[in-house]
Ligand binder design. Structure first.
Ligand code: GLN
Length: 484
């Protein structure tokens, strides 16, 4: 069952081949068998999921209309709310925090009869690229358990790659869906900023954050986007556009397609990543697409700009964790000042503290013009350079990461870790959609990914262009040996 796509599982549920309870039990058993090694899940909703499955079986027996995601188990990154369940953000600060309401995505998934199977591990507050910054556990990459799954949505990526569930959600502020998807050999999608509601997602960098899915096939990405890509009144940045039909719009004339590549920006690409990337472009060229060069030299500033803006936004977003309103309150504290200081000191890990400090610094009165405002200006220039590039091409292609999954503990310097995001970050800065597509394996057998970007709001078209690649290749079908 776990070798099937989400759509195939749903169809077998609809045809009566599997009951919802059988589906959920199958995946819960797999979690039990493999997750003590992978450590993708922070919480498994055993009873809740079985209860929902039974209710769904009854609904079906009564002949009621079933949703688009009927019977599909879905895992959520543990920074997304499910009412009455914990949302830890993999932080000590929130280890006992219970969500008082459902995130919009949770509500939409359940309204289409998906079954939420649990919450997955992440870098604390989604800050990191390896999931090693989790205060709970370190997740392994199903292709090699000694390696990281990427991050920050490493748990959600490892869960799908390990076939512990067919679909999962992550959040992407600077690459946290696409990078782990690539390192785990599956699809990961970051929609246009505002296409999926952020209501009920714990905020990190609010002008950059987007929720998005992980899946083993492009059809599954399309299906879940049909459900989640909706206007939401509770998110003031939600795009006021009706939801779209992805699966019915899967027709692209590749022979008319122009793919832009910023070769100058990619000049330092390592040989193996370069070769795989060129082979992926070749797949499109063989179908008649034309590869053109685009100028995106400004992207060399993306890491600097991102780590100013994202930390600035994080420092204000995380100010709410003061020991009074949410989560941890230090028992050492005697005075109000100590409540703030000690609660943060005990509750936050080193990376979160580093970002709050950096963010507070770039927003401080003496430095705001030099750092924060300047970074905003460069962000605007990036948006303009992307717009210009899209005048000459339909999509822009890049690798997702410079390297394959690294060993746990290998990257100790935080700045080196920040460089992991060199190819993913600009997509968030520009608010455009980006997809990570499995495009092959290194000589060590580790997955690599192709990344495609489209102009804002062209989510449907981007996914259908990615579908053309899937039709011509089969990298996405490979499953890690250990979980077969
Ligand atoms: N790795 C990036 C960071 O640490 C991106 C994180 C994310 O997208 N949530 O900020």
């Amino acid at each position: 069952m776990h070798n099937l796509t989400a759509i195939e599982i749903r169809d077998k549920f609809l045809s009566g081949e599997f009951s919802a309870e059988e589906i959920v039990t199958h995946f819960l058993n797999r979690i039990e068998k493999y997750d003590n090694k992978i450590k993708a899940f922070i919480t498994v909703y055993k009873e809740r999921a079985i209860e929902h499955a039974k209710a769904l079986d009854e609904k079906k027996a009564k002949g009621e209309k079933l949703g688009k995601l009927a019977g599909i188990p879905v895992a959520l990154k543990d920074n997304i709310h499910v009412k009455g369940e914990t949302t830890t953000c993999a932080s000590k600060f929130l280890s006992n925090y219970t969500a008082p309401f459902d995130a919009t995505v949770t509500r939409l998934l359940e309204s289409e009869d998906a079954i939420i199977i649990g919450k997955t591990n992440l870098d604390e507050f989604a800050m990191g690229s390896s999931t090693e910054n989790s205060a709970m556990q370190s997740t392994g990459n199903p292709w090699d358990l000694d390696r990281v799954p990427g991050g920050s949505s490493g748990g959600s990526a490892a869960a799908v790659a390990g076939r512990l569930c067919p679909l999962s959600l992550g959040s992407d502020t600077g690459g946290s869906i696409r990078q782990p998807a690539s390192l785990c050999g599956i699809y990961g999608y970051k929609p246009t900023y505002g296409r999926i509601s952020r209501f009920g997602l714990v905020a990190f960098g609010s002008s950059l954050d987007q929720i998005g899915p992980f899946a083993t096939s492009i059809e599954d990405i399309a299906l879940i986007m049909e459900v989640l890509g909706k206007h939401c009144e509770r998110d003031s940045t939600s795009i006021p556009k009706p939801n779209e039909n992805y699966l019915e719009n899967f027709d692209v004339d590749v022979s008319k397609l122009k793919i832009g590549v910023p070769w100058a920006f990619l000049k330092d690409l390592a040989p193996e990543a370069k070769k795989t990337f060129e082979e992926a472009l070749n797949v499109y060229e063989k179908m008649g697409a034309e590869v053109v060069e685009v100028n995106l030299d400004i992207l060399k500033h993306s890491i600097a700009v991102y780590y100013i803006l994202a930390t600035a936004e994080a420092s204000t977003n995380l100010a709410r964790f003061d020991g009074v309103r949410y989560g941890h309150r230090s028992p050492r504290a005697q005075t109000l000042r100590e409540v703030y200081d000690y609660s943060k000191e005990d509750g936050f890990g080193p990376e979160v503290k580093r970002r709050i400090l950096l963010g507070t610094y770039v927003l401080s009165s003496g430095y705001q013009d030099a750092y924060y405002k300047k970074a905003q200006k460069v962000r605007t220039l990036m948006i303009e350079q992307y717009k210009k590039a899209f005048e000459t091409c339909d999509v822009i292609a890049m690798p997702v990461t410079p390297f394959t999954a690294f060993k746990k503990g290998e990257i100790k310097d935080p700045v080196q870790m920040y460089l992991e995001d060199i190819y993913t970050i600009s997509c968030n800065l520009a608010g455009i959609p980006g997809i990570s597509i499995p495009d092959g394996f290194s000589s060590e057998g580790l997955p690599l990914g192709l990344q495609l970007f489209a102009p804002q709001k062209e989510d449907v078209r981007l996914i259908s262009i990615a579908n053309e690649y899937q039709k011509a290749t089969d990298h996405y079908k490979k499953i890690p040996e250990f979980v077969k």
